[in-house]
Write a protein that binds this ligand. Structure first.
Ligand code: FES
Length: 208
């Protein structure tokens, strides 16, 4: 195992093909959620440890957002909100730049990102599935609907399917309690969803 840094993007995931200046291969593992290190299988199947660096454009964008909030540590949540809006998610590489700009530890940034379910460290699927677990939906069986989505897609809350199509998250009341239990696929709202209806919802997006 050797270590090296390859600059470029942070949008990689397991199975992605990547190319370094010398070789091409595929990502086989992100070492852990808090790390910016990945294990990469090079063309000759050697396992190589690589570290991704964000592109300068992305680093500048994050710094711009921090600057909007005067680089104040107390504005961390607002900075995270705006950064997630810009990038879609908050991987470790992005958190490092925020920590540096606000002059706080990466552990503190990570602590906030993982505390609030709104924040995510992984890219959402093309068809993000959000299950309302507010009181009305919960009482009418949202938990069972959630379990069925997890079972059918083979992923947990906060994860994305390997084909990048679906991700699962939970939401608090979306204001459609009369239709409980409610789920959203992207912006589309589905009401009175039962575990038996989960398969048909997934099928509707499978070939898109
Ligand atoms: S509790 Fe689910 S829509 Fe209100």
């Amino acid at each position: 195992m050797i270590s090296k840094i390859i600059s470029e993007d942070n949008t990689i995931k397991t199975g992605d093909a990547i190319k370094t200046s010398k070789e091409a291969g595929e990502i086989i593992q992100k070492l852990d959620k808090t790390s910016t290190m990945y294990t990469y299988a090079s063309a000759d199947k050697d396992k190589v440890k690589v570290k991704f660096r964000l592109s300068d454009d992305k680093i500048n964008k994050i710094k711009e957002i921090c600057q909007l909030f005067n680089n104040e540590a107390g504005e961390l949540i607002n900075v995270l909100h705006q950064t997630q809006q810009a990038f879609g998610y908050l991987p470790a590489e992005v958190q490092e730049v925020i920590a540096h700009s606000l002059n706080i530890s990466t552990a503190r940034v990570y602590g906030v990102v993982t505390f609030y379910s709104y924040f995510t460290m992984i890219p959402k699927g093309r068809f993000p599935i959000s299950i309302c677990t507010g009181t009305a939906c919960y009482v009418r069986g949202a938990e069972k609907v959630l379990e069925e989505f997890k079972r059918q897609l083979g992923i947990s809350v906060g994860e994305t399917s390997t084909d990048g199509k679906f991700s699962i998250s939970c939401l608090r009341c979306v204001g459609a309690c009369g239709l409980a239990p409610v789920i959203l696929v992207g912006e589309k709202v589905y009401g009175r969803v039962s575990p038996d209806g989960v398969k048909a919802i997934i099928e509707a997006y499978k070939d898109r």
